[in-house]
Design a binder for this molecule. Structure first.
Ligand code: C2E
Ligand code: CA
Ligand code: CA
Ligand code: CA
Length: 263
């Protein structure tokens, strides 16, 4: 008898996690003021020998639903911090953005765990930004408490997929975020549609008005990069800058990208 598909997926994921066969791709984010690499976002990857590449959109919810998300997050932090140190040893200076699940915030000691890992690996808290998507079931008071603990430690906090959530305005006003990541939905037709352009510009202005940095994700073309520069967006990320890269391909990408950037 063959196992039902979800159980097979869960079983495969659990084994990949335990056997440390999950890895990370790193997508560059550039400063639009200088054109230089500012940060990389770590994106988890799972390649199953039988099923092939399984996208995070399939296995993250599974990990969340089966009590495996804390283990995945801790594993990922160790992997990515180790990678960060390797780059640093080669003279590459960049910050690291790491996606966390809202469920990670249910563990009260989560901020202390992250801080301990920073210390263990020698990653300055200022070099770490946690990306959080709205969708937490926690009360605003609890979220406030946990997120404030991260801020006190110097760790950055980005609200991901900004503009798509149900109560993002409330969250961004009341919680101690340092950055908004404007969802790629708005960027995708900003070069074609006046309406989208107005919305993107307003969201950048909103971020700045609240003292936050603005990142646009899903930036796919040169034209979009130019538009976002003109709008004084701080950071751009997307296939137009780079696809998510294997760790060893980052140094070569930096060289190529910086040579091709004209002021
Ligand atoms: P996200 O955090 O919004 O990540 C951006 C997604 O958009 C990534 O998909 C990335 O590969 C893709 N992307 C980047 N640039 C472009 C572009 O120009 N055009 C288009 N069409 N797509 C672009 P990916 O890697 O499949 O990740 C999907 C989601 O899974 C992420 O969305 C994030 O919410 C979640 N995720 C990924 N890695 C982790 C992780 O380590 N932990 C947790 N908790 N969630 C993760
Ligand atoms: Ca993200
Ligand atoms: Ca996003
Ligand atoms: Ca997303």
């Amino acid at each position: 008898m063959t196992a039902p598909p979800d159980l097979k997926l869960l079983d495969g994921f659990e084994r990949a996690l335990i056997n440390e066969r999950l890895h990370y791709a790193y997508q560059p984010k550039i400063s639009l003021a200088t054109g230089k690499l500012k940060r990389v976002e770590a994106l988890v990857r799972w390649h199953d020998p039988e099923m092939g590449a399984v996208p995070p959109s399939r296995f993250i919810p599974l990990a969340e639903g089966h009590g495996l998300i804390d283990q995945l997050t801790r594993y990922g932090l160790d992997r990515c911090f180790t990678q960060w140190k390797e780059w640093r040893a080669k003279g590459i200076e960049c910050e690291l953005a790491f996606n966390i699940s809202a469920m990670n915030l249910n563990a009260l000691d989560f901020p202390d765990i992250v801080e301990a890992k920073c210390e263990e690996h020698g990653v300055p808290a200022e070099c770490l930004v946690l990306e959080l998507t709205e969708g937490s079931t926690q009360s605003l008071v609890n979220l406030m408490d946990t997120l404030t603990r991260f801020r006190i430690k110097g760790i950055g906090l980005a609200i991901d997929d900004f503009g798509t959530g149900y109560s993002t305005m409330k969250l961004v006003r009341q919680l101690p975020f340092t950055e908004v990541k404007i969802d790629r939905f708005f960027i995708s037709d900003a070069t074609r549609s006046m309406d989208s352009r107005v919305i993107v510009e307003a969201m950048i202005g909103l971020a700045h008005g609240l003292g936050l940095s603005a990142t646009c994700e899903g930036v796919e073309t040169r034209e979009q990069i130019q538009l976002l520069r003109a709008m004084e967006c701080d950071v751009a990320q997307g296939y137009g800058v780079s696809k998510p890269l294997l760790a060893e391909d980052l140094p070569g990408w930096i060289e190529q990208w910086e040579a091709g950037w004209d002021e």
